[in-house]
Design a protein around this ligand. Structure first.
Ligand code: NDP
Length: 366
């Protein structure tokens, strides 16, 4: 395994080029999709995965199984969103474990397979021609910078939930994972016969409320305006008709409070009457939107109006050879298992593309 601090030294590059090796100094192929001649040299990687969460690591596991030298840039949040969860109860075959531990074992699996998982982040992409280039900055070596050339790329940089930014939400004295969550499917069952609140007025808030209404004693939906934003009116009305669902409009959450262990209540402010009150609750579910981490991809691949990656064929994006996996391409139901699936499928498409280009893996040139 190469650690991040070795990333930019010559040994790393030397090893990698040996693995990529082959005998001749350059190869070429015709990319049928664009009818463009692609040439690559021994410095060109077959694949770079950008993102070290579940999707990226799963893709790495599949690619290394196929003996394809694989580089993963794990980014600023190794392990991605799942690593932030204190207690994961929907990982296949594991009843309950911290997310960080689960992703670490996936990373270990990828590394044992031969993946180079680097503490580094992509800072710019150029997909205009193949080989693509990715500007990379080491996260351990300060300003060290490198340009990687690659025949394919899997984008798996995830998405970031929106946060309220109030006291008691996150941080050392916050209750994230101890009553505050952004995933009812993941954490809902902890609130059987308890009172919970859902914050938000969009389709996700309706969906979370619907799920929790089947478990919790009472769900109070806190909407900051005097109307919902949710577009699925039928679903919204069905949820609101449930006897254990109540809606409070014009409500801002000012603070999440607890007893040091668990959430006990939220301080809410009615922005019409200007009155503050305390609402007892065991759980706080945020459904206030999310932002896919696609700022660097604007103008490089097609994104939808919310910034999510648009998929064309399977996991392939608008640029042939560039694939996307995980939450960065999921505006709705985003789960670890769907990220697994997407990572595996993206890896499979990369393999097919490399085969079509006539890429020779290091296993074959030994
Ligand atoms: P949306 O952006 O649609 O809604 C976010 C909601 O959160 C809005 O009501 C917004 O309020 C509220 N909000 C934002 N910030 C705060 C805050 N600080 N405090 C309180 N409330 C806040 O996000 P969703 O995640 O709901 O949906 C994202 C996309 O995915 C949408 O296009 C949606 O239609 C789609 N989706 C579809 C589903 C389906 O079809 N079943 C299910 C889930 C999502 P305000 O309105 O005041 O701005």
């Amino acid at each position: 395994m190469l650690c991040g601090c070795q990333f930019f030294n010559k040994i790393f590059l030397g090893c990698l080029f040996f693995l990529l090796g082959g005998c001749s100094s350059s190869h070429e192929a015709i990319n049928n999709a664009r009818n463009q001649k692609i040439t690559w040299d021994k410095e060109t990687l077959p694949v770079v995965i950008v993102g070290g969460g579940v999707a990226g690591l799963m893709a790495a596991v599949y690619l290394t199984q196929a003996a394809i030298p694989t580089v993963v840039l794990e980014g600023q949040k190794p392990g991605g969103a799942l690593a932030q969860s204190h207690s994961v109860r929907n990982w296949p075959g594991i009843c309950d474990a911290p997310g960080a531990q689960l992703v670490e074992s996936l990373k270990e699996q990828a590394i044992k397979g031969g993946a180079q998982v680097l503490a580094a982040m992509a800072t710019a992409f150029n997909f205009d021609q193949v080989p693509f280039t990715i500007e990379v900055e080491s996260l351990v070596n300060g300003s060290h910078h490198q340009t990687l050339k690659t025949l394919s790329c899997i984008i798996a940089m995830g998405r970031e939930p929106n946060y309220l930014g109030v006291l008691g939400e996150r941080g050392d004295h916050g209750y994230w994972g101890r009553g505050v969550s952004d995933c009812a499917v993941c954490d809902g069952r902890l609130y059987k016969n308890l009172d919970v609140v859902v914050i938000g007025g969009g389709d996700a808030a309706v969906q979370e409320t619907e799920y929790l209404a089947g478990i919790a004693k009472k769900v109070t939906l806190l909407v900051r305006k005097d109307a919902f934003r949710a577009k699925d009116i039928k679903a919204r009305d069905a949820v609101l008709a449930k006897p254990n669902v109540k809606v409070l409009f014009n409500v801002d959450v000012k603070e999440i409070q607890g007893d040091g262990v668990q959430v006990t209540d939220v301080v809410i402010h009615n922005n019409k009457t200007k009155i503050n009150s305390v609402l007892p609750t065991a759980g706080v579910f945020l459904a206030i939107g999310a932002r896919p981490n696609t700022a660097l991809l604007k103008g490089k691949i097609e994104l939808d109006e919310h910034g999510y990656v648009v998929l064309k064929e399977g996991r392939e994006t608008s640029v042939p050879g560039v694939y996307a996996a995980g939450d960065i391409a999921e505006s709705g139901f985003a789960q670890a298992v769907s990220a697994f699936d997407a990572g595996a499928r993206a890896a499979n498409q990369v393999k097919k593309r490399l085969d079509a280009l006539g890429y020779v893996s290091f296993e074959s040139v030994k």
